[in-house]
Design a protein. Structure first.
Length: 297
């Protein structure tokens, strides 16, 4: 992996702080129209407010930076749409009928505060909100429709829902390729959308879409391997319940810790290699990727 020098004066921490602030402000003021102040609206805000790492919207914005920061407002809306889907997915993932989690992002899970019914409604509303935000974008109708198609493919039974479904239907016997398939759907599909949406909005050339897609596939899988490694970490570090994966099949159960760590490293290196052809132009995405690789939680 080749590392071109960073522009002088640029720091990852300042970059992340600025981008996270943009994302957080926009999420706090999400334009969710509701005629009555209902509990599901509060549950929705609870599900998006409580300080996640925001890696998916950060990735959309870093990928957008490859294209000279064009379509600034649309890129932010795409980033928020992806984060809405992600937040909905973890609100549902935490329900008693799924992982039965008590803690998320260091606070009680949404269903523990607002109840299961309001949480399900809030998650549905977040999915609707993501679609409305994409539909409300300025720009070419064709690229907006393509973004809608990609995001919904990433969410539905070609993506996250299929992966979660298979994850829940855990069989006691499984092999590496089965597990990789499940995790590629449940986690990888949304990371793929994080690069494909900005590409669609920017009209990126096909070969660049192919490099970024290969990058995102590796990174998405690596992300879940690391999440599995972190399952044993204390709540004080992750903000989540420790040992959530007792009923699930994860990479650590299958491979053991050392091999899971090696797999994580290999996948992250493969992801970074896919960025090589962009050279110094993609330093935002490259540095963000290393930050995701090295995350403590
Ligand atoms: C958790 O994702 C769910 C997985 C797909 C593993 P994150 O670790 O990105 O969660 P937040 O948004 O930072 O809380
Ligand atoms: C969930 O995976 C992935 C989603 C699509 C939400 P996990 O169940 O391992 O995620 P965490 O550990 O609860 O965040
Ligand atoms: Mg789960
Ligand atoms: Mg879970
Ligand atoms: Mg997990």
């Amino acid at each position: 992996m080749h590392n071109p020098p960073l522009p002088s004066g640029w720091t990852l921490s300042a970059y992340l702080q600025t981008q996270r602030r943009r994302i957080q402000q926009a999420l706090t003021h999400l334009p969710v129209a509701t005629p009555l102040p209902c509990p599901a609206r509060q549950a929705l805000q609870h599900g998006i407010d409580a300080g996640g790492k925001r890696f998916r919207p950060l990735m959309v914005l870093a990928c957008a930076d490859l294209y000279q920061q064009g379509h600034r407002q649309e890129m932010l809306q795409a980033a928020l749409a992806v984060e809405c889907i992600h937040c909905a997915s973890v609100m549902l993932d935490d329900l008693p009928c799924m992982d039965d989690a008590r803690l998320r992002r260091g606070t009680p899970t949404t269903h523990r505060v607002f109840g299961e019914a309001q949480t399900i409604l809030a998650a549905m509303a977040l999915v609707a909100q993501a679609n409305l935000m994409l539909l409300g974008m300025a720009g070419k109708k064709q690229s907006i429709l393509a973004c809608l198609e990609r995001l919904n493919q990433a969410l539905g039974l070609q993506g996250l829902c299929a992966g979660q479904s298979l994850d829940l239907a855990a069989a006691s016997e499984f092999d590496l390729s089965t597990l990789e398939g499940i995790h590629a759907y449940k986690t990888g599909a949304l990371f793929l959308a994080c690069v494909q949406l900005p590409c669609l909005l920017a009209g990126a050339p096909a070969r660049e879409v192919a490099w970024l897609s290969a990058y995102a596939r590796n990174l998405g899988l690596a992300f879940q391997v690391k999440d599995d490694l972190l399952d044993e970490a204390p709540s004080s570090l992750t903000g989540k319940d420790a040992h959530q994966d007792g009923k699930r099949r994860n990479f650590v159960h299958l491979l053991g810790r050392p091999a899971a760590e090696q797999l994580h490293e290999a996948l992250m290196n493969a992801a970074l290699d896919q960025l090589e052809p962009f050279g110094s132009a993609c330093f935002h995405l490259r540095e963000l990727t290393k930050h995701i690789r090295d995350r403590p939680s």
